[in-house]
Write a protein that binds this ligand. Structure first.
Ligand SMILES: [Zn+2]
Length: 586
């Protein structure tokens, strides 16, 4: 991973976690924090706190936590780079191109070279047929050039012969351009490079020119290409339209190109796969008006329904998704070529809103004039509505489905949801029944809270009282992180913590309601460090007691040995004890 950390700091600095989470989960301000229903566990109570100052969230039930990047990764199932890109696009920043993942660099080099080779082959005499084909589809040279359209010769080793002189065979075999026996995958095909959002060619789609199967062939999944994530034409649409006010989602790359040729330059296509949730969340980053334009036949309606299923969990009030169902026998390509740009754009006026298509489909499930039919429809709708994470939208959908089914749908949904602990604090108490553990946890919490609010207290020498072999030494690692950069955002310090339990305590400190003056914080640190050292000392006494009572376990024996061994001065009594411990210990 090689996005520079300064860039990550910058986007975390310029974006607002309350805005990012608030678009997806309803948040209400209470005290210093915003609270919402956590989307990462089943709940009806607001257990998730979002702190605007610290740009941090924490769930008291499932311990989900982190900054905006962590939230988006989990909520939209994005990888790190995509989550960073998502936030960068909100604040209008471009992720620096030069810091490309080294792992994919050679793959992209190979693809870029292949784009050039295919383009040359289209222009050479071997490409005549392909040029004829483009002409027959009224695609001009200018459009072909814009999309980098090329041609793969009908040869088994045409591309391989050229590339094998320039690249390592291992990289070539990973490229997706060749079969296992290193034969060219694409032969006799018009070639469409697929570019990622940065413009790098990451894969290819090929349409056969002569007779042959399959008509359309795409690159397989490679380290640069995941078809469930990438959209053909998104880079190109953004090149011509920034911001991308609206976007058409169509089924194939020929649709994208035909629309472009006719002046509709904001179309994208999925690549031989249904539209996934990842596709939708990617589009939502760049455009608030999404028109899904599919064929009006059964296959088209089925594909549109997949958009509903995959879109429900990530629905937002500020995004409009609408469906355009073309008359049977038409796809966007044939429609615009026959009826022209204006007629195509006009389809937006009669497009079916997402919620409308959803409700229409619910109504089609059964005869709503009978109780049985309405129950069938409700049963069909229930798991779908439950998928919606956005609370106000969920309630609106519940209202509408209740009307359609004449049933109290809210009740049905609630009774089907798992029963949950409704008292968070008592739940937390239960977790911390062990008194001593509770006290040290509180002490650590106190130290973290003080450091977060007054980073310069990391200079306090009292921290040096925590010895390197103490089980609380992690406090010093955290302290050092603050010390390295007194200005650094606490969420960066959070990232540096490895242990989950410590992360949880740090998260709690981050969203703490308590406001400490510098003096109080200094005192808090002193008190807490002394509590911790005392708890370690007490532990020695407890273990010795157990030893005397012959109730000590072998793990506890080892622990007691450790405690004694790290002392600066070992007393005569301790020496004897050590000897006895090692005799009987296994
Ligand atoms: Zn949770």
């Amino acid at each position: 991973m090689s996005i520079p950390s300064s860039f990550i700091d910058q986007i975390l600095d310029q974006s607002d976690i309350v805005d990012i989470i608030g678009r997806r989960v309803q948040l209400n301000k209470k005290g210093t924090n915003f609270w919402g229903i956590c989307p990462f566990h089943d709940d009806t109570n607001p257990s998730m706190a979002v702190n605007q100052d610290k740009q941090f969230y924490y769930c008291f039930v499932c311990n989900a936590k982190g900054n905006s990047i962590n939230f988006l990764r989990d909520f939209e199932n994005l990888d790190f780079v995509d989550a960073v890109e998502s936030i960068a696009s909100v604040v209008g920043l471009e992720v620096p191109k030069t810091h490309q993942n080294i792992d994919t660099k050679e793959a992209i080099n190979i693809n870029s070279r292949t784009v050039e080779i295919y383009k040359e082959q289209l222009k050479a005499s071997g490409g005549n047929k392909a040029i004829e084909y483009l002409k027959s589809r009224s695609i001009t040279g200018e459009t072909a050039k814009f999309f980098n359209i090329g041609f793969a010769l009908d040869e088994w080793e045409g591309l391989f012969k050229i590339l094998s002189r320039e690249y390592q065979s291992e990289d070539l075999s990973d490229s997706g351009l060749f079969s296992e026996k290193m034969k060219d995958r694409f032969r006799g095909r018009l070639m469409f490079p697929i570019r990622n959002i940065k413009g790098d060619p990451i894969a290819f789609g090929g349409r056969i020119i002569d007779e042959g199967e399959p008509k359309y062939l795409n690159s397989p999944e490679t380290k640069t290409f995941s078809k469930s994530k990438e959209l053909y034409g998104l880079y190109e649409a953004r090149e011509l339209n920034t911001p991308l006010k609206s976007v058409f989602v169509v089924e194939g790359y020929m649709d994208v190109i035909a629309l472009h040729q006719n002046g509709v330059t904001n179309a994208v296509a999925s690549l031989g796969t249904a539209i996934t949730g990842l596709h939708i969340s990617k589009l939502m980053r760049y455009s608030k008006e999404i028109y899904v334009a599919f064929d009006g036949d059964l296959a088209g309606r089925k594909a549109a329904w997949r958009v509903i299923e995959n879109g429900l969990p990530i629905l937002r009030e500020d995004i409009n998704i609408k469906f355009i169902f073309l008359e049977e026998g038409h796809d966007p390509d044939s429609y615009i070529n026959q009826k022209g740009k204006e007629a195509f754009l006009d389809l937006r006026r009669t497009a079916t809103p997402f919620s409308q298509f959803f409700l229409d489909t619910i109504k089609e499930q059964a005869d709503l004039n009978t109780i049985e039919g309405r129950s069938v429809a409700a049963k069909f709708a229930m798991p779908l509505v439950s998928k919606i994470n956005n609370q106000p939208l969920k309630e609106a959908y519940i209202d509408e489905v209740s009307k359609v089914c004449s049933l109290d749908f809210a009740k049905l949904i609630k009774s089907s949801a798992k029963s949950l602990p409704n008292n968070i604090s008592s739940d937390l108490e239960q977790k911390n029944t062990k008194n001593s553990a509770k006290i040290s946890r509180k002490a650590v919490l106190g130290i973290f809270t003080s450091l977060i609010q007054h980073p310069k207290l990391s200079e306090e020498t009292s921290f040096d009282n925590i010895k390197q072999d103490s089980k609380f030494y992690f406090i010093n690692s955290v302290r050092n992180k603050f010390r390295e950069n007194l200005e650094s955002n606490p969420s960066i310090v959070f990232e540096s913590i490895e242990k989950e339990q410590i992360k949880n305590v740090f998260s709690e400190a981050l969203i703490s309601d308590i406001n400490l003056s510098e003096e109080d914080a200094r005192k808090m640190i002193l008190d807490c460090i002394s509590t911790i050292s005392k708890s370690e000392k007490d532990r020695e006494e407890i273990l010795k007691e157990k030893y005397n009572m012959q109730e000590i376990s072998s793990a506890e024996k080892r622990e007691l040995q450790q405690i004694i061994l790290i002392k600066e001065n070992i007393s005569e009594a301790d020496h004897n004890l050590l000897r006895n411990l090692s005799i009987v210990s296994d």
